[in-house]
Design a binder for this molecule. Structure first.
Ligand code: FRU
Length: 409
């Protein structure tokens, strides 16, 4: 075969301030033209890439979709009608070629129509935390706008082994695409890779896995968020002060990244007047943060700032400080900035700053549809962030434009 050409339609914009750009999906025709003319349309579908190939064995030109379920459907209907000419066998070969030419993520079990919607498995690591309830709600709301997809939700109740088993269940069930927000990187890497290797497209959402055996990762840049938090703290302290850090789960990548970024932003080597006197792992949970903070308060007569890796953690710390009457002595900084959580804490004067960590739920559905329609998507899709403080919370926060890593290079 010669003359192959694949043109992916580049994603076009929606989310201002973020690098994520969902695409429009123009319709495509699946048609075959035998020598001497007389093109035959075998199917139509929504699609955003064209694979053109000039076939030697028919001597004609065949244009067909990357969207394999459409191709299969087209081939089926082409073969249903008599007579089975030699050129129609040529078409079968082409479809088989299309199947072999397409990498993982382009085979679907369902047609992607209202009668036979694509099935998306959504593996959530837990629903005990409000941010994750919001993520599932965002996925659900976005999916409801499309009658050609159906989402099945599973909640792993914060157990990596359960989440692993649930991914396996999804694979046995026969899903067309997997969205996963994994609890921890290492234990979920293999099940994700297995799904991907079986040809199921996988969208990893918010917490990363190891390696590159998935279709795409969607999430905000946690190193950058941590760095901005570190810079904010350094500037507010004027380079001098006593800091407590309450970390998320350190076997999850956001915990590692938010810690690393924070240290970069603080620039302790240039600001020896600042010190992290206490560092505890609260594993994203408010009650743990409260307990850790009680220890920090008991062992430190002065604390100027508490940086927690999420808003429940910052709130737990504030509760601990308030219970000993010390909450006004220090600043509290968190991450997530959900309207009814972090943003509200800032408006109430409980937190001094929080940074938006978008759930990515709506984006995951947009990207899932692109993948299912045969559009190639970037390997990493980075969502933007915003800072919320007393001054700007009523106005919806402010986008973060600068990046201090670049500033100081
Ligand atoms: C919820 C959560 C959020 C945090 C995210 C990190 O489980 O802890 O608060 O931003 O996970 O993955």
């Amino acid at each position: 075969m010669s003359g192959e050409r694949f043109t992916a339609v580049p994603p076009v914009g929606r989310e201002e301030g973020s690098r994520y750009r969902p695409s429009a999906r123009p319709p495509v025709r699946l048609s075959a033209c035998p020598p001497g003319g007389g093109c035959v349309d075998v199917s139509e579908g929504s699609y955003a890439g064209v694979f053109e190939s000039t076939s030697n064995f028919t001597g004609g030109k065949v244009i067909f979709s990357q969207h394999i379920s459409t191709a299969i459907k087209g081939a089926r209907s082409a073969f249903r009608g008599p007579p089975r000419t030699c050129w129609s066998y040529g078409l079968l070969s082409l479809v088989l070629f299309a199947l072999s030419a397409c990498g993982s993520g382009e085979r679907t079990r369902h047609e992607g129509t209202a009668d036979d919607p694509w099935v998306i498995g959504m593996s959530q690591c837990n629903l005990g935390e409000p941010w994750r309830v919001q993520m599932d709600a965002d996925v659900r709301a976005a999916a409801e706008a499309h009658d050609n997809i159906r989402v099945i939700f599973k909640d792993a109740q914060n157990e990596s082994l359960t989440q692993r088993a649930q991914v396996e269940e999804f694979l046995e069930q026969g899903i067309d695409l997997l969205i996963i927000s994994p609890k921890e990187a290492a234990p979920l890497t293999r099940p994700v890779a297995e799904a991907y290797q079986r040809g199921i497209p996988v969208i990893v959402l918010d917490r990363a896995v190891q390696g590159d055996q998935f279709t795409t990762f969607i999430g905000a840049d946690n190193v950058r968020i941590g760095r901005e938090a570190g810079r904010w703290v350094r500037e507010r302290l004027g380079g001098r002060g006593i800091i407590v850090e309450l970390k998320g789960l350190m076997t999850s990548v956001p915990g590692q990244d938010r810690n690393q970024g924070f240290l970069q932003g603080l620039q302790l080597e240039r600001n020896p007047g600042m010190e992290i006197v206490f560092s505890g792992e609260m594993q994203w949970l408010e009650p743990n943060a409260r307990r850790e903070m009680e220890s920090a308060l008991a062992t430190n007569s002065r604390i100027d700032v508490v940086y927690a890796h999420n808003d429940p953690g910052a709130h737990g710390a504030w509760l601990a400080a308030r219970s000993v009457g010390r909450e006004d002595e220090m600043l509290f900084v968190g991450i997530d900035a959900m309207p009814h959580e972090g943003q509200q804490y800032v408006a109430q004067g409980i937190l001094d700053a929080t940074f938006l960590y978008p759930t990515g739920g709506a984006e995951a559905i947009d990207v899932a549809l692109q993948i299912l329609n045969g559009v190639e998507v970037p390997k990493h899709i980075t969502l933007g962030t915003r800072i919320f403080t007393e001054e700007n919370v009523a106005a919806g926060g402010e986008p973060i434009e600068s990046d201090i890593e670049e500033e100081h290079q």
